[in-house]
Design a protein around this ligand. Structure first.
Ligand code: 9WO
Length: 257
């Protein structure tokens, strides 16, 4: 059973609000916004600078290439984001900075974040943000993977999507978030097929058209276990497989050789 909030206010601090707002236009996240389960807003640091040219970056102390986001416009935008979300939820915010230096996002961190009803996501640009912002105003630093992007916005959108699908009523009938790959005991998803029954000489596995629902469930579990063993063996080591799972996996591996 899930114990988190029924809705979440997420405010993103970004100089590219049009990029982040795209998640409210489409798909599962778009529906969540339409149903007010996800209250998404953006705050632009350019609206919190005293510079007549609305600059929010400056040259790095110590020299070197590129520019650094200045503390005052970011701090102003974070304060505004906290205020907006506070008015919507009455809850205290969790402020997250998206960066490659953060703790790696995984399913368990997504579940933890989905326990908050007030999230402020800070998306940096240029070569980084003034460290004093992170020190003074950021609660957690989160990475979506070991690669560098042009800014934190796409990472923020990943967090928004992953958190939104944990909220009640966001997913359609049957697809509960608990059924997601990784949700159960950390196995990858099974293969999927739909019409036409033959595509480029490749047919659909016979069991899926047999009408034997128990056999179908067994086959899907076996595929999930087998693929996890072959592609992400470390996921199985954690869980500890049941006797039936071990039998299904052994049968899968035997059939491969
Ligand atoms: C840019 C750069 C250019 C030359 C030399 C070193 C450099 N480092 C960076 C850099 O890290 N820029 C970041 C861009 C600054 C913070 C926002 N940006 C960002 C966030 N890129 N990638 C992320 C990110 C966030 C979460 N998970 C994975 C990547």
């Amino acid at each position: 059973m899930r114990s988190g909030p029924d809705s979440v206010a997420i405010a993103v601090v970004t100089i590219f609000p049009q990029l982040v707002n795209a998640v409210s236009e489409v798909g599962v996240t778009g529906r969540a916004v339409d149903n007010s389960v996800l209250k998404l807003s953006c705050v632009n640091p350019r609206d919190h600078t005293s510079d007549p040219n609305r600059r929010v970056d400056d040259r790095p102390y110590g020299g070197g290439p590129g520019m650094v986001m200045q503390a005052p416009p970011l701090a102003g935008a974070i304060a505004e984001a906290e205020k907006v979300n506070g008015q919507v939820t009455g809850a205290a915010p969790l402020v997250i900075y998206l960066s490659p230096q953060g703790e790696k996002l995984d399913h368990s961190l997504v579940l933890e974040l989905s326990g908050y009803s007030n999230l402020v996501l800070v998306a940096g640009r240029y070569e980084g943000v003034d460290e004093r912002v992170i020190e003074a105003l950021v609660d957690r630093e989160v990475s979506i993977g070991d690669y560098v992007l042009s800014g934190g916005e796409l990472a923020a959108m990943v967090v928004i999507d992953a958190v939104a699908r944990q909220l009640p009523g966001v997913l359609g009938h049957g697809d509960s978030a608990a059924q997601d790959s990784f949700a159960g005991q950390g196995v990858l998803d099974c293969p999927h097929y739909t019409r036409p029954e033959t595509y480029q000489d490749m047919s659909v596995p016979e069991v899926l058209t047999s009408g034997d629902h128990q056999a179908i469930a067994r086959w899907r579990r076996q595929q999930a276990l087998g693929r996890t063993w072959q592609r992400r063996r470390e996921l199985l080591e954690e869980g500890g497989l049941s006797k039936e799972d071990k039998r299904l996996l052994q049968q899968y591996l035997d059939a491969q050789n």
